[in-house]
Design a protein around this ligand. Structure first.
Ligand SMILES: C[S@@+](CC[C@H](N)C(=O)[O-])C[C@H]1O[C@@H](n2cnc3c(N)ncnc32)[C@H](O)[C@@H]1O
Length: 264
């Protein structure tokens, strides 16, 4: 298994993420003091990495506040779906600070938190020095075919520029018979909840984010990207298109979040 910790000076991801930051920002990405602060919906990878670098320190706290405490419930549901067992190899893609990886480690599995934001990886490494943090891009994973018993991604797939490519990469690195679990914001199925939630995303979230986050623009991007994300059946179809079998999903908090599952 390839491993590149955050301190590896020759990590290709380090070159890509930091080299790219000096490049001209993508369409619609405002710049302050020469730094890209908000990803546009066409999700240029260097903008996304830079955005997460900026929010890394306060990322977990902000999440808890903005999700009104729901994050913990969603993480429990992911842990149950992944059902990690001792000595199994689990990939947590887009793991950020590895908060999403903890339940698998606690279950005794060997979990690899992988992300392309070196800022997030650094904060994660400070908090969990013993974990094998790996710098890697979800569209070109630094792992061999058929490596993991299970692959999972929480609140990350929406941020990856090419969703289908990431789903195929996850498939490639999973062992035959292995499983995928995707936890992502989705679309409430009950119309009144959908209306209230959309109001929350577009009106309430940005002012709250301005108070608690180091980069409120990241939360405007969050709201916009959630609205543009495929519905539950559409995402399921894309999983099947990438090769996954037995695809199913379960709505959490009325569909604000959906857990998609599949088997290789
Ligand atoms: C919202 S955070 C989720 C972090 C963590 N999984 C959690 O549940 O708290 C999304 C993460 O996706 C990462 N990400 C986005 N695009 C990526 C890509 N192409 N490859 C790897 N990581 C990516 C970002 O750097 C960020 O850390």
């Amino acid at each position: 298994m390839a491993r590149a910790t955050t301190t590896h000076a020759h990590s290709p991801t380090r070159r890509r993420a930091h080299g790219a930051r000096a490049a001209v920002p993508g369409r619609g990405a405002p710049c302050h003091n020469g730094q890209v602060t908000r990803a546009s919906l066409d999700k240029q990878p260097h903008e996304v990495a830079s955005m997460f670098d900026d929010v890394a320190e306060k990322y977990d706290l902000t999440n808890d506040v903005l999700s009104l405490g729901q994050t913990r419930l969603w993480r429990k549901a992911v842990a149950a779906a992944v059902d990690a067992r001792p000595a199994q190899k689990i990939l947590d893609l887009a793991a950020g600070t590895a908060t999403s990886s903890q339940p698998f480690a606690q279950a005794g599995a060997y979990v690899v938190p992988c992300d392309f934001s070196l800022g997030m990886l650094r904060v994660g490494k400070q908090r969990h020095p013993w974990m094998p943090f790996t710098a890697g891009d979800g569209m070109k994973l630094p792992f061999k075919d058929d490596t993991f018993d299970a692959v999972t991604i929480s609140f990350g797939l929406r941020n990856i520029q090419d969703t289908d490519r990431a789903l195929r990469e996850l498939y490639r690195v999973t062992k035959p018979g292995g499983r995928v679990v995707i936890c992502e914001f989705s679309h409430p199925t009950w119309a009144p909840l959908r209306t209230v939630y959309t109001e929350y995303l577009m009106r309430a979230l940005p002012p709250v984010a301005r108070k608690v986050s180091s980069n409120p623009d990241a939360y405007v991007y969050l709201a916009e990207s959630i609205r543009a994300w495929p519905t539950q059946p559409e995402l399921a179809a894309r999983l099947k298109g990438a090769g996954w079998r037995k695809v199913a999903w379960r709505n959490l908090t009325g569909g604000i979040v959906a857990l998609h599952r599949g088997v290789k």
